[in-house]
Each structure stands twice: as C-alpha cells, then as structure tokens.
Design a protein around this ligand. Structure first.
Ligand code: GDP
Length: 333
C-alpha cells in the first residue's frame, strides 16, 4: 500500500480528466487551480443530455462550466448560485409540468446554446464559446458532437436518463444501460487529440456507469486511454456515494458496493486507484487487482479542499509515473 503525500509545485505534463457532473466538476475545479490551460483538458459526459422546452440541456457540461467559473450553486450539485425561477414559475402557471428545474440564469445560458446550435455550431464549438463567455480558461470538451443518450433499463421498461434521474428520483431498479446513438457517434477530434497528447488520464470520482461509462464507450477512447498512465479516484466512500445513485446502481447490478467494486470495474484500464482514507483497509484488495492504490482524504468540501485533492492526485501520478518511466514528464518539486 502506498500512502504518499507529495507537494506538487511544478508539473510539466498534460493531464486529461474524464468527468461527469458533481464529482467530476469538483476535481476539475481543483486541477484547474493548479494546472494552466495548456496542461489540463476536461472531457465531459454528454449521455445525460436531453431536449426539453426546446432547449438542449447538457447537465454535466454545465455543472463543470459553472464550477470552473465559480458561479455554481454551493450545495445543490446543479445550477447557479443566487438563482431565481420566474420563467419556470410562469411556465408552470401556464400548464407546464415543471419536473425538471431550470433557473432564470440557467435558462439564459440555454437560450444562447440554442441559438448557437441553430446557427450550425457544433456542441464543442458552443461549449468552448460558453466557457469563454463565463470566463473559463481551461478547455472543456463534450465527449461527442453527435447525441449519445443514456437509457436506463428498468423492470418497467427502458427509461430516458433524466426521466429516471430527475422525474423518478432514481427509484426504479437499474438492470443495465443502453447508449442510444452510440453507433452514429464518435469522440470529437478535439477529444481524440487531447487523449493522444495526454501524459496522463484521470478518471474523476464520477458515476462509473452513467458518467465515465458513456465516454469510454465511444470508439477509440478506451484504446487511447489504455496507452496512457491512468488513475481513477473512487466515487464510493465507505460503501456509499456522497451523492447520486452510484452505490444503488452497483448493488442492483450485483457488484460489490465498495471502492474495490469500482476498482474491479476499471481493472485493466487504470494503473492507479485513489481510495478515501475511510477505505484504507481496502488498499490491499485494490492492489491485488493489478493497480497501485493510493489513500487520502478524497472529500472535496470547499475550494481549498478541491485543490488539496487535485494536488494529491497529481502527486500520486508523479509517484507512479516516475517509478515506471525514468525521468517521466511529470516532475515534483
Ligand atoms: P452526476 O453526473 O451529477 O451524477 O455526477 P458525477 O457522476 O460526477 O458524480 C457522482 C459521484 O461523485 C457520486 O458517486 C459521489 O459519491 C461522487 N462525489 C461527489 N463529491 C465527491 C467528493 O468530494 N469526493 C469523492 N471522492 N467523490 C465525490
């Protein structure tokens, strides 16, 4: 077991982080406090996206953008801080079934996205432009410009992701998932280039099935990642998810609901696995899967906490890259 705490002050490598919403946005925000824009690219899941009220909703992209711009709601895990809901209230008064909440500032961003998409820009171009307008300097890339939609397979039948996640509050049993549109979709050129140029890939502590899973499912992504030093941060702590249905989904699929269960899910693809200090006792079981285990407090409570976890993640990357490759591209000082 390796319990290492490096002080990372100088890093020269390029890092790509794969992210969903909440856990992904927090780690991306931490890394963005340390690495300059030419050394950090965030690839974001679009499997949760859907069309609603004539708008294209990209929950994970927006959560990442809002967090990097530091305008996110502090507790909710979606949407903006200091938000009002006048548009939705009026829509409700006019008969709209407002099961999906969108605040007024959030709607403003969606109107701009609608206009840019209608003008023929790709989702990548729109996302980079929205990022620029929000003052986000790091590249945030949707995994694909073609729609890929996660469908949750339940005993009641297939359910579009947001129907399952928001409308039904993740209550139905998840038997599995299906990715609609996958056959026609590809990772964008920007995503492929970022992965090709990466010195290391980090899987954020995001949902392995509905956040990281869709990114890995795109043709060409797995092979590119397998060729790189890769580290995953566990989204499961003490057998539970901090937020969302990751633990419930693991149980329903007959997987061990623990950090080891997540590590097993990623076995063969990741070289290093970060466990929370609460799960230090599981490090040996993780190493038995053929990956290096690192233990630290992985809970990102505030801005400084995000930076601390990001710093440790980079330290761990340095540690195992240095061991594997003499004079690796990452330097720790
Ligand atoms: P979603 O798209 O909104 O479901 O967001 P993600 O898939 O990115 O995040 C959900 C996962 O993030 C859950 O399993 C949480 O346990 C995990 N998570 C959220 N905050 C933290 C944190 O501070 N530390 C760790 N280790 N995991 C976190």
């Amino acid at each position: 077991m390796a319990v290492i705490s490096h002080q990372v002050s100088v890093i020269s490598g390029k890092v790509v982080v794969l992210a969903g919403g909440v856990g992904g946005a927090k780690l991306a925000h931490g890394l963005a406090q340390i690495l300059p824009p030419d050394q950090l690219t965030i690839i974001v899941n679009t499997g949760d996206d859907f069309e609603h009220l004539g708008l294209t909703i990209c929950p994970d992209i927006d959560t990442v953008l809002y967090n990097l711009a530091e305008v996110n709601h502090p507790e909710q895990g979606w949407g903006r801080a200091d938000e009002s809901f006048h548009v939705l209230e009026e829509a409700k008064r006019l008969g709209h079934d407002a099961w999906f909440l969108l605040g007024d500032k959030d709607i403003a961003l969606h109107l701009l996205r609608r206009e840019m998409l209608d003008a023929g820009l790709s989702l990548t171009e729109v996302t980079l432009e929205l990022a620029r307008r929000l003052g986000v300097i790091h590249p945030v890339l949707p995994m694909s410009d073609q729609p890929v939609r996660t469908v949750i397979l339940t005993p009641e039948g297939p359910m579009p992701f947001q129907e399952y996640f928001v409308h039904r509050r993740t209550k139905p049993v998840m038997l599995g998932t299906r990715l609609e549109g996958l056959a026609q979709a590809r990772a964008t050129e920007a995503v492929r280039r970022a992965l090709d140029e990466a010195d290391a890939v980090v899987f954020a502590p995001s949902n392995p099935f509905v956040s990281i899973g869709p990114i890995l499912a795109l043709p060409g992504v797995r092979e590119r990642i397998a060729a790189k030093p890769t580290l995953a941060v566990s989204p499961i702590i003490g057998g539970q998810a901090l937020k969302g249905p990751a633990a419930k989904m693991m149980a329903e699929q007959g997987l061990e609901v623990s950090a080891v269960g997540v590590a097993r899910h990623y076995a063969g693809l990741v070289d290093g696995f970060v466990l929370d200090a609460a799960d230090a006792g599981l490090a040996e079981a993780v190493e038995a899967l053929g990956m290096r285990a690192f233990v630290t407090d992985t809970i990102m409570r505030d801005k400084a906490g995000r930076k601390r976890v990001a710093r440790e993640v980079l330290g761990f990357l340095c540690a195992f890259i240095e061991e594997d490759e003499e004079g690796g591209v990452f330097s720790v000082q």
